[in-house]
Design a protein around this ligand. Structure first.
Ligand SMILES: [Zn+2]
Length: 438
């Protein structure tokens, strides 16, 4: 379903590093940008829905490179704990008791609402009961890469771990090529929760089907010691020895990389998604993003699940990304606002294998967001750097995905948000009758 839309008289940022173009128009037809440029060149079509962009900035929709969307149910359930305690004593038990297809649908939809209202148009999700997550993304109008989880323990929807690869294969067969907004994928949880054989089979499945392969890797300092049968002396060298590093692999976190790991990743063409807020909250460390970028590694930005963040607002994430690199290196030039914006737009798109996203030009998918520049904290607006250091998701006014208006004047119009909130509150009450403040 497409809208034919004309956005007039906006300030325009076509790509993260580009100049700002005042008084511009964007014409969206059949899901794509058919024409874009200064108002003086507009040949106004007849009978088209028009959005007056006066006082607003239009830019490419943001791309969340790593999320576990259904984990919105666990937001604020267990904060300020060490990763092992948080995961083993709180998150895994809550998942075992409360994750089912219904929960994944409604809680992924809540995540979609939060992401849409804060300017995210594409998400890479990684979880279980992923068919239900796909339904939530399709019903909300989001673009998504939906990766089915693979882990060598009984998991939600996959009680028998010997069937983990088969389950992921069936999932990909069901969804490959069925919806232009949805790309199915494979998510192997980590080198320490998947055997070497499972990792190789999961990777083979992804490559045979031509879909992305995601894996958490090198998240904590202690990860190497948790790998059952290590084939290398670091998690990255272990994955390399298993032939898992190639252009189709997306390594999530990569906090603990030495120089040799960085070289291996750069040579292989594997991509990285950084999740700096999750790494800070769980005290995992600070990834070497500036070194990755200097080596030409493509880096995207993700929020991770919101139980370890606890927000899905990519404006917050960009701010933390840039500032975190400055603190880590004690250099204010370590990572610029524009590099952070690139990680969340054009480079984030390349990481997910969809390089046509993340910039606005004729022929590209019409995935764009608009921001109200009249807010006091966005004035004066000299450059896009202000987006990273001053803006927040609450500044978003309109969101268009594949040419369809899904948020208009800060209201979600693609689905009933109130119904979604009611459903999630009911689930939260089941999870924690005493805590769920409604
Ligand atoms: Zn994660």
């Amino acid at each position: 379903m497409y809208d034919s839309l004309l956005i007039t008289d906006c300030l325009l940022l076509q790509e993260s590093q580009g100049p700002l173009l005042p008084s511009a128009y964007i014409l969206c037809e059949n899901g794509k940008i058919s024409s874009i440029g200064p108002m003086t060149e507009l040949r106004r079509p007849l009978n088209m829905k028009e959005i007056n962009g006066c006082g607003q900035l239009a830019l490419p929709g943001l791309i969340n490179g790593h999320n576990h969307c259904a984990m919105t149910l666990f937001r604020g359930l267990a904060d300020d704990l060490e990763l092992g305690t948080w995961l083993n004593d709180h998150i895994f038990p809550a998942e075992a008791a409360h994750v089912n297809a219904d929960m994944v649908y409604w809680c992924s939809k809540l995540a979609a609402a939060e992401m849409l209202l804060s300017g995210t148009t594409t998400v890479a999700d990684a979880y279980f009961f992923e068919d239900a997550a796909i339904r939530a993304f399709a019903d909300s109008g989001m673009r998504a890469v939906a990766a089915h989880g693979v882990i060598d323990f009984p998991a939600p929807g996959v009680p028998d771990p010997t069937k983990n690869i088969w389950t992921a294969a069936q999932f990909i067969d069901r969804h490959l090529g069925t919806n232009p907004l949805i790309t199915p994928a494979v998510f192997a949880h980590s080198p320490y929760t998947c055997s070497n054989n499972t990792l190789q089979e999961a990777k083979k499945l992804a490559n045979d089907q031509g879909v992305p392969f995601f894996i958490h890797a090198a998240e904590t300092r202690h990860e190497q010691g948790l790998i059952a049968t290590p084939l290398g002396d670091s998690p990255i060298r272990h994955l390399a020895a298993l032939n898992l590093l190639d252009q189709n692999t997306i390594l999530v976190h990569c906090v603990w990389l030495d120089d040799a790991d960085l070289q291996l990743i750069a040579k292989s063409g594997a991509k990285i998604v950084a999740c700096p807020q999750s790494n800070q909250k769980l005290a995992s460390g600070s990834p070497r993003i500036s070194e990755m970028l200097a080596l030409g590694i493509q880096v995207g930005l993700g929020t991770d699940g919101c139980a370890s963040n606890n927000s899905l607002d990519l404006f917050r994430e960009m701010d933390i990304l840039a500032k975190g690199q400055k603190v880590r290196t004690l250099s204010a030039t370590a990572l610029t606002a524009r590099q952070a914006l690139a990680c969340t737009t054009s480079q984030g798109a390349a990481v997910l294998g969809q390089p046509n996203l993340g910039r606005l030009s004729p022929g590209s998918p019409a995935d764009l967001i608009m921001i109200n520049l009249k807010h006091p904290h966005l004035q004066p607006f000299y450059s896009q750097d202000t987006l990273v250091y001053s803006a927040s998701g609450a500044d978003i006014t309109n969101v268009i995905i594949n040419g369809r208006l899904v948020v208009h004047k800060r209201q979600i119009i693609s689905f009933d948000l109130q119904e979604c909130l009611r459903q999630v509150r009911t689930l939260a009450k089941l999870l924690s009758p005493s805590k769920a403040e409604l």
